[in-house]
Ligand binder design. Structure first.
Ligand code: COA
Length: 373
């Protein structure tokens, strides 16, 4: 117990059949399928089914899952009431974490959730999370919440619930791809938080709340919002190079770059970059991707660091008309599939997660009464 273990890098902290992240080869695999096989070919629902069940759904399976999502998407009145009392201007991620915690209060069986949790619980939490995120956004804008559309699938319905307008097929396809790419990612920080909480046999709402609290930070899921803030601050592609050089000179980390596991390009970033460029060309809005390409070039030349999933997802969401404060909740709206799959896996073969630390404090100190200190 004397070797320094910084941030648990390289430590195998458990076993999982859900996803593989190979940092040396730049590979991400869900249940045996490389991400490149899935992104653009399967919908969010198909990918979620794959993660929960271990195999891709048949048409009948898929219809059942879609029906279950449609049925459980609406949020009940007590939850709406709670949401109306929360501070409107709070960060959407804080509101989401609070809503998940409140959902646990409203669920009569929550205290024994580790005994009752099934794939249906995972489906329900996934379906509702999207509705909660959209409803909270509407409340922030002083607009009425929009009920889920009775016929739209998950990606299309979420975009619909933000504005009340049915999105274009191209927007739905792009958004669906983003959701598939964010579904799961091994023992990332927030998923690991969920597993630690579940490992004490706490309930699923507590485990997901832990995960959301972890996802929010800018070194993790919060980076996508921070990337858009940076792009909006730079504003002009010709200012990108000097801005990044200045950040590096001041030893400020550039959001959307670097990764704890990937030593080569994050495979999700490759797909998102292509998607961003396609959207930019189709809309004529090339400003953001021009800026991104320049930033990538400078980061590679100066630091040899590639971009991660959060870099190109920012311009993609922005071009889809989504506000930057929603980027991290959207990450959560997809990763909830991973969280719940990992929680199920943890419950099924549980051992409380309890690592040790290198104690660096003193020893054998003698007690001194308070009046003599
Ligand atoms: N910008 C500038 N330098 C970076 C960097 C970034 N985004 N990411 C890493 N580096 C540099 C560090 O400064 C450090 O350099 P040094 O050895 O000269 O001090 C080196 O690369 C290693 O970085 P470190 O922070 O120790 O790596 P890590 O594995 O602990 O961190 C991240 C991984 C993701 C937390 C880190 O890369 C980061 O903060 N990135 C920005 C936030 C982000 O995009 N997060 C989303 C991840 S998907």
């Amino acid at each position: 117990m004397s070797e320094k273990v910084d941030g648990l890098r390289g430590v195998i902290a458990g076993e999982s059949k859900l996803s593989l992240v190979d940092g040396d080869k730049g590979k991400l695999v869900y249940r045996g399928y490389p991400i490149e096989e899935l992104a653009g070919n399967v919908s969010f629902e198909e990918a979620a089914y794959l993660l929960w069940h271990g195999y891709l759904p048949t048409l009948v399976d898929l219809e059942e899952l879609k029906a279950s999502f449609r049925l459980t998407r609406p949020i009940e009145e007590p939850m709406k009431q709670i949401m109306r009392t929360l501070p409107k201007g709070a960060l959407p991620m804080s509101l989401l974490r609070t809503a998940v915690s409140a959902a646990g209060l409203l669920d009569q069986k929550a205290d024994r959730a580790n005994e009752n949790v099934t794939v249906e619980t995972c489906e329900r939490m996934t379906a509702k999370m999207a509705t909660v995120i959209a409803a909270q956004w509407r409340l922030r804008l002083d607009e009425e919440m929009i009920e889920p559309h009775p016929h739209l699938d998950h990606a299309a319905n979420f975009l619909y619930m933000l504005t009340g307008e049915e999105p274009s097929p191209a927007a739905v396809a792009a958004f669906d791809t983003c959701l598939v790419l964010h579904l799961d990612h091994g023992f990332n920080a927030s998923t690991f938080s969920a597993r630690v909480t579940a490992s004490s046999l706490s309930d699923i709402y507590s485990a997901v709340s832990s995960a959301l609290g972890t996802l929010r930070g800018r070194l993790h899921g919060g980076a996508n919002t921070a990337v858009m803030e940076m792009l909006q601050e730079i504003d002009l592609p010709e200012r990108a190079e000097s801005y990044i050089r200045e950040q590096l000179a001041r030893k400020i980390k550039v959001m959307g770059f670097g990764h704890a596991i990937y030593k080569v390009q994050d495979p999700r970033a490759r797909v998102l970059k292509k998607l961003a460029i396609e959207l930019a060309e189709a809309s004529g809005q090339t400003k953001w991707t021009d800026m991104c390409l320049k930033i990538e070039e400078v980061m590679m030349a100066e630091k040899g660091i590639a971009c991660n999933v959060d870099f190109y997802s920012a311009p993609v969401y922005h071009m889809l008309g989504i506000h930057r404060l929603l980027f991290t909740p959207i990450f959560a709206m997809s990763r909830i599939v991973g969280y719940t799959a990992h929680i199920l896996e943890q419950y099924a073969n549980n051992k409380i997660i309890r690592p040790e630390c290198n104690y660096l404090g003193g020893l054998d100190r003698k007690f001194v009464p308070i009046d003599m200190r």
